[in-house]
Ligand binder design. Sequence first.
Ligand SMILES: C[S@@+](CC[C@H](N)C(=O)[O-])C[C@H]1O[C@@H](n2cnc3c(N)ncnc32)[C@H](O)[C@@H]1O
Length: 178
Amino acid sequence: MTITILFFFLLLTLLLLFVISSEFVAFARTRVPFVPTHAGDIEFIVNKLGIKSSDVFYDLGSGNGKVVFLVSKLTGATCVGFELSWWTVLFSKIRQQAIGNRKIKFKNRDFFKEDWSKANIIYCYLYPPLMGRIEEKFKKEMKPGSIAIIRDFPFPNMKYMEKYFLPKAHEIYIYKKV
Ligand SMILES: C[S@@+](CC[C@H](N)C(=O)[O-])C[C@H]1O[C@@H](n2cnc3c(N)ncnc32)[C@H](O)[C@@H]1O
């Protein structure tokens, strides 16, 4: 009995260490904390843009996968999440396996090192110091007609096509590559 309890606590401690170190390393690399988007904001975006099942949607910095799962559920689009924090990617992959949706993928990778040309929609809830690099990659790599959905921190140079004010003082900027 005592051995079982000890083993349980050891397992719990290891899990906790894994989660904390994963978050710490991801934050040290990106300087972007994990803060999720509200579900209502995702529904608003999906309805405004009319995202459809033929679209390919990338969430750059997918956190716990909330945006990817909801966009997939509402639209049937192919959805990919890129995230540097191991535990949130592991959590997202387990959830993906549980629901068995093969149009959803999670990659434990730096999105700056990935090819975005297969996507026609990207979503970012990141921080201002990254937005210039994302704007450049969006303009250079994505096909004409592609859409960038940016929460709160706009691209520094490109003019947005639409801007929406969301509840709880958030903003969404929509960019289209011509
Ligand atoms: C503010 S959270 C947003 C999470 C999710 N997109 C949402 O809106 O609910 C930003 C996430 O981006 C991740 N991130 C930042 N830079 C990254 C990079 N270069 N590659 C992969 N993930 C990154 C962070 O680890 C963090 O979890």
